[in-house]
Ligand binder design. Sequence first.
Ligand SMILES: [Zn+2]
Length: 102
Amino acid sequence: MLIDTPGMRELGVIGGDGVEAGFEELAGLAAQCRYADCSHRHEPGCAVRAAMERGDLSEDRFASYLKLKKESEHHERSDLERRQKDKACGRFIKSVQKRMKE
Ligand SMILES: [Zn+2]
């Protein structure tokens, strides 16, 4: 199965939960981690790292999951910034309209 194709990448970035799509077993493992915000790097009780140590999960697969997750988070962040800018812009327009009425 090819994971790192442009199509998969797009799918992962567009949908909110898209990162987990195609990485179901990884998402399932991540849900078993001791911490909900586990980065699967050095936290104790990490189910993902335990699976890698057992050989159930390849490091390559985990690396591409992390890469996709990072891209998706970046995408979500820029989306939020854009919304905040829109809000600020709306406030500015309203204040101008108010001044014009006065
Ligand atoms: Zn973990």
